[in-house]
Design a protein around this ligand. Structure first.
Ligand SMILES: [Zn+2]
Length: 267
């Protein structure tokens, strides 16, 4: 049984949902991908019934606030459990090379010594280079540089146990450098900042983001079987699923998912 648990689906500025982050569940183990912008990650994990004790692998895509600050909270809470001898094994955090020192500095500024002293001992930060693979939850996860023009950001691709391929390309639109990781995959997670019809309201292009229509056109071109849209604005939150699905469907013939926070998708 493999599931995608959307913990958050919003962009950096949302207040009606949590920032985009998710967990892949395989058997009874979780792989957390980003952690949103703060201690709301604890609320989302609680609502998703993900125990911190079952969380041993976290990937951080990049250092923007809406992705990394929740990781500090995960370190804090799991570190405290370790100190209380209430957590078995290690916490593994994976991030690209340039992020390692930043993450350690942030932890040192914000966490107490009884937690930061665990870094390198039981909180293991794994430095990634473009194209590196790591074994996580019995998956061979291949990480790659998405070649962001804003700030170094990594995505990853893996083959699920059911043979399907799952690719995460971070919070920027697909670009050609990701072709080998994204072409014809079974699952593509792609950001969609807002509706194309509302591009003048939300200015997605200024922020290097795409709209629902464009994400769907990209997925159609790449022959994606299942497309998950997230990292959106939240002004339409109650109608988001309906409005985004309606706009995207004419441009995409695969299965389109516009999940709400805490929605669970069978992979
Ligand atoms: Zn973001």
């Amino acid at each position: 049984m493999e599931k995608l648990i959307l913990l958050g689906t919003g962009n950096a500025g949302v207040t009606e949902c949590y920032n985009t982050c998710f967990a892949i569940l395989s058997e009874d183990k979780y792989f957390l991908v980003d952690a949103g912008g703060g201690n709301g990650i604890l609320t989302q994990l609680k609502h998703a019934k993900i125990s911190l004790n079952a969380l041993h692998h976290v990937f951080v895509s990049h250092s923007h606030t809406d992705h990394i600050l929740g990781v500090i909270w995960v370190m804090r809470m799991i570190g405290a459990k370790m100190a209380e001898k209430n957590y078995c094994g290690n916490l593994n955090i994976y991030c690209h090379n340039d992020l390692v020192d930043k993450l350690i500095s942030m932890a040192k500024f914000t966490l107490t010594n009884n937690i930061t002293k665990l870094i390198g001992e039981r909180i293991i930060i794994h430095s990634l280079e473009d194209g590196d693979s790591r074994e996580i939850l019995d998956y061979n996860v291949q990480f790659f540089d998405i070649h962001s023009k804003k700030l170094t950001q990594f995505g990853f691709s893996l083959f699920l146990k059911n043979g399907k391929r799952f690719t995460f390309i971070g919070d920027e639109p697909y670009n050609e450098s990701e072709y080998q990781y994204a072409n014809q995959v079974d699952w593509l997670l792609h950001e969609a900042f807002c509706l194309y019809s509302e591009r003048d309201i939300f200015s997605p292009y200024k922020k290097h983001h795409a709209t629902v229509k464009e994400a769907c056109e990209t997925a159609e071109k790449l022959n994606i079987k299942n497309l998950v849209l997230y990292h959106t604005e939240d002004k339409n939150i109650l109608q988001r699923k309906e409005l985004y699905t309606k706009e995207g469907t004419p441009f995409y013939s695969g299965s389109l998912f516009v999940p709400d926070d805490l929605e669970v998708i069978d992979l």
